[in-house]
Design a protein around this ligand. Structure first.
Ligand SMILES: [Zn+2]
Length: 392
């Protein structure tokens, strides 16, 4: 029967080892993988390390280390667990794996750079436990959400469910732009607000609802008109924008500004019994103007105030927007980039349309010059797909 010492010796014979000095020299072009336990990791780590406890290595490697040919440096506390881990990764087909001798202890003792990682506290671990169970989210993903910033345009029908779910999911900073007051006629669909807050500023009402739901969330309010003069300042620093506006001028303005700042926009719209969602990811997919180069003439744009909307519908569309925002933040799955999801509540059907980036797009096309401009107030419920850009 083989002893621990025999197994370690055998593992080390099969792998390559480097000392911390050599590892540090490769810092910029290698991925450091920390295979210690959580309580060890919490005490300190090498900056930028991917944390995969030894016991989860086989199950999480594929997801957390997708490139099997990328150079990987594995470390533990003293260099033994990392030797076994290096052997495992080699067996899984990773081609450039080394184990760091002496581990984190020696790295630290030699005065090399280390940091204390941000970790979830026990309350957060409980609150987000259903996220932590998902390998695609996990501790690192939840930490990422807590450090993320999402801007919501509008605290209305779409913004309400989107904001509630993003807050519940633990997105750390939610910005909300809205300059209206809560009206009783909003409450048929705008579930952020309630009877007690009729007459209050919508952003204040939203902040109360979201903070009561999750105190982890920092709600930043913008009780202003969103215009060409302030849009770049407002959207600056946000990771994703959830567009719940109901008018063309703001959509075009937002499109152009988000291209300038390269911030993805999760677009949603609703009309009577129908809704649409898509993701405009600047220069990685179509933008709003690729679908609809210019606003339609006013006579062709029905008034949204007159059209009406079924109460539950924005809950469905706004929730999908929140989901797409989280996917973008975590970089998981297939976001609705280059796809438009159309929902018909009466038929109870979802349909996917391909939407393509237009090489001649006036905003994101080659050589296009973006000029932020205000448009006349027009109102149309949906982006109309031109013949060339729509396909099943
Ligand atoms: Zn475009």
């Amino acid at each position: 029967m083989a002893s621990y010492r025999d197994l370690l010796k055998a593992a080390k014979a099969d792998i390559r080892e480097i000392d911390p000095e050599a590892a540090e020299a490769r810092f910029d072009d290698s991925t450091f993988v920390d295979v210690r336990e959580l309580d060890e990791f919490e005490q300190g780590m090498i900056p930028g390390s991917v944390f995969i406890p030894r016991g989860h290595l086989e199950s999480q490697a594929e997801h957390k280390l997708p490139d099997r040919d990328a150079p990987i440096i594995i470390y533990c506390a003293a260099g033994n667990r990392s030797a076994f881990a290096a052997k495992t990764l080699q067996d899984l087909g990773y081609s450039d794996v080394v184990s760091m001798t002496g581990g984190f202890g020696r790295w630290k003792n030699e005065g090399r750079n280390w940091i204390t990682p941000a970790v979830l506290d026990p309350e957060q671990r409980n609150r987000y436990s259903r996220h932590l169970l998902l390998p695609e989210v996990g501790e690192a993903g939840q930490q990422k959400l807590l450090e993320s910033k999402v801007l919501l345009l509008g605290a209305g029908g779409l913004g309400s469910p989107a904001a509630l779910y993003l807050a519940a999911a633990g997105v750390g900073t939610l910005g909300i732009v809205d300059m209206d007051v809560v009206d009783a006629s909003n409450l048929q669909r705008q579930i952020l607000h309630n009877m007690e807050r009729v007459g209050e500023r919508k952003v204040d009402s939203a902040k109360k609802a979201l903070t009561a739901l999750n105190p982890d969330v920092d709600v930043v309010t913008y009780d202003v008109r969103f215009g060409a003069d302030n849009i770049l300042d407002i959207i600056d620093g946000y990771d994703v924008i959830v567009d719940g506006t109901d008018n063309f001028p703001t959509r075009y303005l937002l499109n152009d500004a988000s291209l300038m700042k390269r911030i993805p926009v999760v677009h949603g719209s609703i009309f009577r019994f129908e809704g649409q969602v898509t993701v405009f990811d600047p220069y990685n997919g179509p933008c709003y103007r690729c679908l609809l180069p210019e606003p339609p003439p006013p006579e062709l744009a029905p008034s949204c105030a007159e059209a009406g909307v079924l109460g539950v519908l924005p809950g469905i569309i706004g929730s999908i927007q929140a989901l797409e925002a989280i996917k973008l933040l975590l970089d998981i799955g297939e976001p609705l980039r280059g796809r438009l999801l159309a929902y018909d509540a009466l038929e109870e059907t979802f349909r996917n349309f391909k939407v393509r980036r237009d090489p001649n797009c006036p905003a994101c096309g080659e050589g296009a010059q973006i000029v932020l401009a205000e448009y006349d107030a027009l109102c149309l419920p949906h982006a109309v797909l031109s013949d060339g850009s729509a396909a099943h």
